[in-house]
Design a protein around this ligand. Sequence first.
Ligand SMILES: Cc1cc2nc3c(=O)[nH]c(=O)nc-3n(C[C@H](O)[C@H](O)[C@H](O)COP(=O)(O)OP(=O)(O)OC[C@H]3O[C@@H](n4cnc5c(N)ncnc54)[C@H](O)[C@@H]3O)c2cc1C
Length: 180
Amino acid sequence: MVALMQPRSRGRLRLASADPTVEPDPAFGMLADHRDVLALRTAVREADELVRHRAFRRATDAGASLEPGRPVEGCSDDELDAWLRGGCMGHFHAAGTCRMGDPASPETVVDPVGRVSGLEGLRVADASIIPDLPGAATHLTTVMIAEHVARSFLGEDRASSVAELRRAPQSARTVTGTRS
Ligand SMILES: Cc1cc2nc3c(=O)[nH]c(=O)nc-3n(C[C@H](O)[C@H](O)[C@H](O)COP(=O)(O)OP(=O)(O)OC[C@H]3O[C@@H](n4cnc5c(N)ncnc54)[C@H](O)[C@@H]3O)c2cc1C
């Protein structure tokens, strides 16, 4: 398996309804940017070379295959690209649908402490505000975002962790409160 940890393709998430109980409509747009196809093609060919290296001879004497009986070696770029387009899947790391950034920029939805532009008393603290995908899994980044927004929510020096936020009075925790 090869993985592209920093894809250039971008998807989108649309609300399907004004009713918050209706699931939104995501379009991941995987491999929409051809540079991602080129990067994965290169990765598959390098993985194939790796498993055909003599160091792997005791484990296998065959190279990588797209499927049984269809070795990567000898595959044309077009065949490989079609296989990638038909078979690639996500890593469950969707992020960045309402990116954090400079509040003056029309591309950003929340400021660096999670305040939603144009709305009083509303913050977002989850994977959706990650501006650019980290080259790693997203859970730890999301926890750090929560810690950072929580600290700001209570005032830099008042909370050092989410645990402290949980102990804070209800009035300081509500997302519709007046703290900003
Ligand atoms: C199958 C899978 C495997 C993964 N594996 C890894 C991994 O190994 N390592 C890694 O780093 N990351 C992994 N991730 C990614 C990581 O889990 C996510 O990036 C991270 O959980 C995102 O955090 P979040 O707070 O944005 O969303 P979530 O963790 O999805 O949290 C959203 C929360 O909001 C709640 N919620 C939703 N709607 C409402 C509502 N209307 N009212 C009240 N509450 C609501 C949900 O119940 C949920 O608790 C994986 C993700 C998936 C799906």
